[in-house]
Design a protein around this ligand. Sequence first.
Ligand code: ATP
Length: 452
Amino acid sequence: MLEEFEGAATIEKVASLCRRRAFVFPTSDIYGGLGSSFDFGHYGVLLNQNIKGEWQRSMIQERDDMVALDSAVIMNPQVWVASGHVSGFSDPMVDCRTCKLRFRADHLATSNCGKRPSKRPGEDAQCDLTEPRHFNLMFETHVGAVRDDASVAYLRPETAQGIFVNFKNVTSSLRVRPPFGIAQIGKSFRNEITPGNFLFRVREFEQMEMEYFVPPAEADEWHRYWIEQRVGWHTGLGVRPSHLRVRVHDADELSHYSRATSDIEYLFPIGWQELEGVANRGDYDLRQHSEASGTTLEWIGHEERYVPYVIEPALGVGRAFLTFLCDAYDEEVVADRPRTVLRLHPRLAPVKAAVLPLIGKNTAMVEQARGLYEDLRKALSAEYDDAAAIGKRYRRQDEIGTPWALTIDEQTLADGTVTLRDRDTLQQERIPLDGVKRLLLDRLDEAWHPRG
Ligand code: ATP
């Protein structure tokens, strides 16, 4: 039975808010765009930075068994031969000779027929599907001035291989020993056959991947550990636990490198879909690169020597972005007026505090508000707004998910207190001006739960 997404979000509503409020624009918009490619606007950049920052904080900063890496997008093409991507990184594709559309053979049950969208491809008498053919998802390019077979290179389809080929560099230059991990955030490129659903499946995206190297005998245990950790990361940042589940891959859907994979799935408005994959890649990658490069990639300790197994949690930044927005998106009626609000975790919110002089033309209020704003922005992302009626300014901040608004009014001028408005509860409290920064920083550190 298809479970229903609970909440006000649809992909269309989220995409429309993203465009209206400068989170995400269609790329090269004035030229008609480019299928499923997007540009991030001001608030989208800030939200992306916060998502990556939270990942880095939990993966690297707050651990002592993890180091960082940032490898090149275009690597030696031998990397992709050895990893199996040149021969095996493909999806099965079918064409319909009638409607000329192209589908992923393994996604027919969720695709729509080009002529009769209420049916699945192949279901209508007019459908004329080809046999599945393999389509390699890697983007090819050429390095150097000569375009021949010898100059072919690839845009990386995953960041993981950059980590494996640096195994020796990292273990010989940093104080690490298994179990330890190498974490990387960076762009990946896949020439997807059927991109779509806004940021869900695109051709150019950022990945946050971590390869955790462990003694082989401990791999199953660490696999379970990382599934649990990663689910905790999403719920800790406010995603409703009822919208998350872990799905174990059947043997016939495992990738060529994988011994076991579990997907952390989210109940998107389009149904349950993969949010993050957590794979046990075994020793596949290190062995492949050892053999192909002639450089042995193994762990050499005082009394031991082995090829570690690798546990890999891999998450798309854009897929996490879409998840947080779908989960946070809410519509309600307050005092007879509709409001759209993003109930984002305060640490994810692009702007933490909006400073608003009640009357934008009152010089004394503006002066106080500017002072507070300029002080706050040294410590957190803040915004100053003195245009339009106060209700309208609150609504704008609600739509970009700003958790706190600070209003400077007559009373501020008299007693040095300001109104602090909470985005979720809409409660207002009066607090002293000079305690605002400390209070907000403390609240950012506190645990936060969706819907108060
Ligand atoms: P699928 O089978 O759905 O094509 P996959 O299982 O091959 O995807 P992985 O290789 O496991 O995907 O990628 C790891 C993570 O990277 C995914 O869980 C997802 O968050 C993100 N990701 C992968 N492909 C895309 C894409 N085309 N657009 C956006 N994010 C993606």
